[in-house]
Design a protein around this ligand. Structure first.
Ligand code: 0L1
Ligand code: MG
Length: 255
């Protein structure tokens, strides 16, 4: 399989904001491992264009999202400086294909982290601060139609994210942290941190294990998106989207 040309295929789709057919329409046997090889080359392309890796993301970490996508395992991707937006910022829809937004708990690491079976305590010990966040996902595939292998190749639909103010971990129980997602001041979904694998730090542990198998690690200073607590909602013209979290504050965007 020509991994390089599939990564170019997805790179061009993202750059031009034009949806394309899933790779599995052409490569019936595309595996999740193939998807990760394509993702790695895709991120090389983006870094060669000047983007800087500043973190990682876990996707499909909640039952709500796994059910919505008909899968039963998380996926992992990479985030860059170019994907970061500022809270309150106006989002231009024409930069995206069919964006959706979801609320997330984000870990800012104070140490490098790598290894299998890291515990929640080990993750929290390596965490400098946490913040609330919104992730904008934007599959490069037509109608969000893809297999797990396709979406992995597409860097798990990573497109943009917005971070709230960093908060110290002291006295925070992230599994009990409640979250409201509002669109145009109407609550469209609610959840607690436990929606992500029982505790969002478990998503960070899975990311550390994924990188460990490649001889890599989560890096000190990185932002780690632990996955949508609720389903993702389409971003429409004139939307005002706000994610509000107990003890973590809120984060918003305007369309
Ligand atoms: O961040 C996510 O959970 C997205 C994972 C990929 C699936 C999708 O595009 O919804
Ligand atoms: Mg996400």
């Amino acid at each position: 399989m020509d991994y390089q040309s599939w990564s170019d295929y997805l790179f061009q789709a993202q750059r031009k904001a034009i949806a394309v057919e899933p790779i599995t329409d052409f490569e019936k046997n595309l595996s999740v491992d193939d998807g990760y090889k394509i993702q790695e080359l895709l991120m090389d392309y983006r870094c060669n264009e000047g983007e800087k890796i500043i973190g990682a993301k876990a996707g499909l970490t909640s039952i709500a999202k796994q059910k919505a996508m008909g899968v039963n395992e998380p996926v992992y991707g990479i985030i860059t400086d170019k994907m970061m937006l500022v809270s309150g910022e106006k989002v231009e829809l024409d930069k995206f294909i069919h964006p959706r937004v979801e609320p997330e708990i984000v870990f800012i690491l104070g140490k490098d982290l790598s290894g299998h079976n890291l515990t929640v305590e080990e993750i929290l010990d390596a965490t400098e601060s946490v913040c609330c966040g919104l992730e904008i996902i934007d599959s490069r595939y037509l109608d969000f139609r893809f297999t797990l292998a396709d979406v992995v190749a597409d860097n798990t639909s990573a497109s943009a994210f917005i971070l709230g103010n960093p908060m110290p971990l002291t006295n925070l129980e992230l599994d009990l942290t409640g979250c409201l997602l509002e669109i145009n001041n109407e609550v469209v979904a609610t959840a607690t941190g436990a929606a992500v694998l029982g505790h969002p730090a478990r998503a960070v542990a899975l990311l550390a294990a994924w990188l460990h198998t490649q001889g890599k690690s989560l890096k000190k200073g990185w932002a780690v998106l632990s996955g949508g607590l609720t389903n993702a909602f389409p971003l429409e013209p004139n939307n005002y989207v706000r994610g509000s979290f107990a003890h973590l504050g809120s984060v918003s965007i305007k369309v």
